[in-house]
Design a protein around this ligand. Sequence first.
Ligand SMILES: NC(=O)C1=CN([C@@H]2O[C@H](COP(=O)(O)OP(=O)(O)OC[C@H]3O[C@@H](n4cnc5c(N)ncnc54)[C@H](O)[C@@H]3O)[C@@H](O)[C@H]2O)C=CC1
Ligand SMILES: O=C(O)CCC(=O)C(=O)O
Length: 364
Amino acid sequence: MASFVGFRVQHDNARGPMKGGIRYHHEVDPDEVNALAQLMTWKTAVANIPYGGAKGGIGCSPGELSISELERLTREFTQKLHDCIGIHTDVPAPDMGTNSQTMAWILDEYSKFHGYSPAVVTGKPVDLGGSLGRDAATGKGVLFAAQALLAEYGKSISDQRFVIQGFGNVGSWAAQLISEAGGKVIAVSDVTGAVKNSNGLDILKLLKHSKESHGVKGFGGGDALDPNLLLMEDCDVLIPAALGGVINRGNANDIRAKFIIEAANHPTDPEADEILSKKGVLILPDIFANSGGVTVSYFEWVQNIQGFMWDEEKVNCELKTYMTRGFKHVKEMCRTHNCDLRMGAFTLGVNRVARATVLRGWGA
Ligand SMILES: NC(=O)C1=CN([C@@H]2O[C@H](COP(=O)(O)OP(=O)(O)OC[C@H]3O[C@@H](n4cnc5c(N)ncnc54)[C@H](O)[C@@H]3O)[C@@H](O)[C@H]2O)C=CC1
Ligand SMILES: O=C(O)CCC(=O)C(=O)O
């Protein structure tokens, strides 16, 4: 019988229940989950939603497991975890390798112990209390974040060429929405390979191909590209939307994008960050750029607690308000402290958590 190791790291709850996704990936280990949990604390604070930070994961290869194996694994994990999570303590959600079905299994297993509790997880199927718009939310947040950043430099989505690494939930929604907004997505990769078309990929056709062929490899509407070279493609905006640490000392000098929008969590390591800053590349950090997902998770939790469902227009309109206001607050921090966007975002997040910590009397 195979055995798997799973983790849940609860980092901070000064501002509210801890919040963060559950990742299924063969590289999941305690150090990574810990780092991702910390990022959630600063992310929820930057988004100004009433949560702390947590993250979970199981070291496994979800693509190699059958649906029934994934269900048994998820239910077993929930049996171990159910006393640690809860509506007002720690609220999981999807991340890499997990989806709304995973959340439905967690909800069902948790409810066997604690009674039916839809607000214990977010990113659920809409039929089980999930929010309209949650599936697209991280990608939509990336679009709003990109619009806000580009506007600062007198540019817009429709005059930019984009390269996107990752074509799962976040990358595929970002690609679709950017292309609908008139942006040219010229190259995309996933774990199967990479495709490029300098005139712009037809994203709807690529989505269809990717669903049918389980990946972007072999797409007829572009040329095959070495996935290792994707990040170095000539483009205006690079959007890493897959793994952490992909932009590093080994490739930072060769990156040709003018803007990097971090849709993935911690895609850029500190050395690369320094190299890119010296080159004048502008990086919109993960704790702001991908906060659209957790923001709509918050809307879902609110809807579950209120027992009242919002329409999709309200979800998207509120998301736009949160992302636009978040960008303004990050920029204000950058101006006050004369720092870059990453430092501005961290300063904003850490200050908010520190204030809550002191107000609760935990600082003495
Ligand atoms: N799902 C969400 O709401 C949120 C996700 N994120 C972050 O966004 C990133 C992507 O997450 P999801 O889209 O949810 O995951 P997903 O599991 O839906 O998709 C992951 C994608 O990355 C690709 N990939 C994996 N290894 C790769 C490699 N070596 N090179 C190129 N592509 C590779 C996969 O083929 C797949 O297309 C992760 O870093 C995650 O933590 C951040 C905020 C919210
Ligand atoms: O939606 C959520 O609660 C968390 C999403 C997540 O794991 C992330 O933002 O990295």
